[in-house]
Write a protein that binds this ligand. Sequence first.
Ligand code: PLP
Length: 393
Amino acid sequence: MQFDPANNIQDLLQFGEFGDVNPSITDSATFTFMQANTMLETFKGEAEGCFLYSRHWNPSNKFLADAVAAMESTGAAWVTASGMGAISNAIMQLCSAGDHIISSMTTYGGTYALLANYLPKFNIKTTFVDISDLQSVEDAIQPNTKVIYTESMTNPLLAISDIPGLAKIAHQNNIKLLVDNTFTPMILSPSRLGADITIYSLTKFVNGKNDCVAGAICGSVEFISSLIDVNNGTSMLLGPVLDPLRSSQILKNLHTLHIRMKQHSHNALYLADRFKELGIRVIYPGLKEHSGHELMKSMMNPGFGFGGMLAIDMETTERANNFMEKMELAGVGYLAVSLGYFKTLFSCSGKSTSSEVPEELQKKMGMSEGLVRFSVGLDNDIERTFEKIKSCL
Ligand code: PLP
């Protein structure tokens, strides 16, 4: 039977200590023990079902982590206070000083800055490659390469990563494949396609309400346990844990994700088709002419569409800015960074979420200075929205 991440979440029966259908929120930093020995065993990671301290595990975080792991069909997950918390912790758990990373040159700007500017402080170096060119990935491997890093659908150029192809290269060389699936929850399941670790900024589609930042790391039980090991786990020691009140909110929103993704995808495809008819250069993986269209079809879970992200090329920053200001006034949505919200958001990537990427690299990856990235909202009447957009062009 075909894998369905929504069914996996639906099948979970998670209820609270009083039978409350939304699991009770545990707002405790610490937990009591009736036997001192059990506390010691919990410290050593040997006691089943015991909670020690909320930087390590909290029941509300565990409910959300279990649901995210069910969606990804990974053995386990751990939830973080932001997507960057998830990315930095997963990488730092896998890499030590002197190690090497291969990364897609097109990634979220914050990830680029982490790899290019911050990790070299710890003597962890990154080679940036065109991730769709598998030969260039293979050529970049060094004896000390520990991680291949990519986004399943890259930010902001919406290129599609060949996850099975990358996994093959990684595993033949004893390297871990880390995939950020923030743009395509439900649609792609990287861990089922061969990724060792799947990462989310839950801030985006998964939560969908733009009311908090959060993240998740999904992987094997062994990897997640190593992250929160009290002696040397990166997450336990750096402490980027998600607040349990937020976890309980995000868990409720996760249960409507499948419906939202279908509507985001439906609306984005509609807009992509209309932009194309107007002769505007549009990037949307759901269009046949997108270079990753067939690859995405070969990897995707059916029924959720091609996602809510699209980009159009307004050629110059000036035209892009003018267009976005007009769209905001016309009520299309908000000129704002981020994505996955119920309202449409738009920003000029080169001057916002990718501004950390040097201009010459932006050019090398084919990012126009007038690229306007849309996170298409849940509009009930997308035809009406398109009329508003058209009036701003
Ligand atoms: N990954 C991607 C693809 C993103 O677009 C972002 C933020 O925009 C992040 C990770 C970082 O997530 P957060 O802002 O929750 O730290």
